[in-house]
Design a protein around this ligand. Structure first.
Ligand SMILES: *[C@@H]1O[C@H](CO)[C@@H](O)[C@H](O)[C@H]1NC(C)=O
Ligand SMILES: *[C@@H]1O[C@H](CO)[C@@H](O)[C@H](O)[C@H]1NC(C)=O
Ligand SMILES: *[C@@H]1O[C@H](CO)[C@@H](O)[C@H](O)[C@H]1NC(C)=O
Ligand SMILES: [Zn+2]
Length: 325
């Protein structure tokens, strides 16, 4: 062995070690606290950036933007040809819409988006009881579960390419609320969980269905909040136009319980049921959140009515009594 070879070995070794920690596996706290969300920024510096997601949306601080009109949902109302695959990826349950031959049938435009974005997949984040579990919060309130529909700018050929561009991705976010009755539109997904209990398992659905059945009634979808943020898992790329809808999706307790009791995380330590797979809230920093033309920008009105109406009445009465009006 020549001396120069030795030198090269010593030079390259530390580099190799650093690369392997940088791409180390991330996880949620339930899997292993040492690779949980608080450590993601050590694995990927994007995760410590200034435009991270999720955030708390404080409605009275949002800015009304009347150009945020109705989003045009194309192909959402039909069951597309092709095959959808439900997968346990070790962190969440994902429905891949992209494995099929026909891939350009479901897309979104308008609603303040400058480009057309094609639907690639959707997945969920959830808690371990019926309260917390969503990633985004509205006025400080978390919801039991959140649905993310991930779309890629059609300017790009693949997800990995889109992740490298500031307007690469658009994610639609829906929060869930608990309901007394089953949301039967979720039956296919809930039933499919039994077939993907372990990480890496997937099933192909016998048939596809219109994506719109998973969402609240279309009449409510013009109410939403928009901001620029990131993917909520490493590499935390800051390339996402987020749309968080005001109207929630109902789901029953038994359906929700199927998520928390059926599927398992990837875990080296011990088998762990998949839950609490949400990232904590990230600081808004210098960003603004925009409210769509139809979105609510204050907390619900009963408080205002209860407070203001008696005040007004008192004013009118006293001014009548004093004879000044
Ligand atoms: C968007 O989806 C519609 C409905 O499936 C389809 O007709 C159209 O070609 C798609 N547009 C693009 C740009 O992919
Ligand atoms: C869940 O929500 C409650 C109140 O909404 C909050 O006090 C608590 O810290 C939350 N827990 C987690 C794990 O986020
Ligand atoms: C899913 O699991 C059920 C039993 O739990 C089984 O009857 C069914 O055939 C499975 N489906 C697929 C596509 O593997
Ligand atoms: Zn997500």
């Amino acid at each position: 062995m020549k001396l120069s070879d030795l030198g090269l070995t010593f030079l390259t070794l530390p580099l190799v070690i650093r690369t392997s920690t940088a791409s180390g596996p991330w996880c949620y706290d339930l899997q292993d606290v040492s690779c949980g969300p608080l450590h993601w920024k050590d694995m990927d510096q994007n995760c410590g950036g200034n435009n991270q997601s999720p955030i708390n949306i404080e409605r009275r601080k949002t800015i009304r933007d009347r150009s945020l009109d109705e989003i045009s949902f194309e192909g959402y109302d039909q069951a597309p040809a092709g095959r959808w695959t439900l997968l346990n990826d070790g962190h969440t349950v994902t429905m891949s819409l992209d494995g099929a031959t026909v891939v350009d049938q479901i897309n979104i435009t308008k609603g303040g988006l400058r480009d057309t974005y094609r639907a690639l997949q959707f997945h969920f984040h959830w808690g371990d009881d019926h309260t917390n579990g969503s990633e985004h919060a509205i006025d400080g309130r978390q919801y039991p579960m959140e649905l993310h529909l991930v779309h890629m700018n059609i300017k790009y050929k693949a997800f990995n390419e889109a992740k490298g561009h500031p307007n690469g991705l658009a994610v639609l976010s829906f929060l869930f609320k608990m309901s007394e009755t089953d949301n039967t539109n979720y039956d296919t997904i809930v039933a499919g969980l039994k077939n993907i209990t372990q990480p890496g398992l997937s099933i192909d659905l016998a048939s596809t269905f219109p994506l719109s059945i998973l969402l609240p009634n279309m009449a409510f979808l013009s109410k939403y909040y928009r901001y620029k943020g990131s993917l909520t898992t490493p590499g935390c790329e800051e390339v996402v136009s987020w749309t968080v809808f005001e109207e929630q999706i109902p789901i029953s307790k038994p359906q929700f319980n199927a998520f928390i009791n059926t599927v398992y995380y990837k875990s080296k330590i011990k088998p762990t049921k998949m839950s609490n797979n949400f990232r904590p809230l990230q600081p808004l920093k210098r960003r603004k959140v925009y409210a769509s033309r139809d979105a609510s920008i204050s907390r619900s009105s009963p408080l205002a009515v209860n407070l203001l109406f008696p005040l007004l009445l008192a004013f009118v009465t006293s001014c009548q009594l004093s004879g000044l009006c």
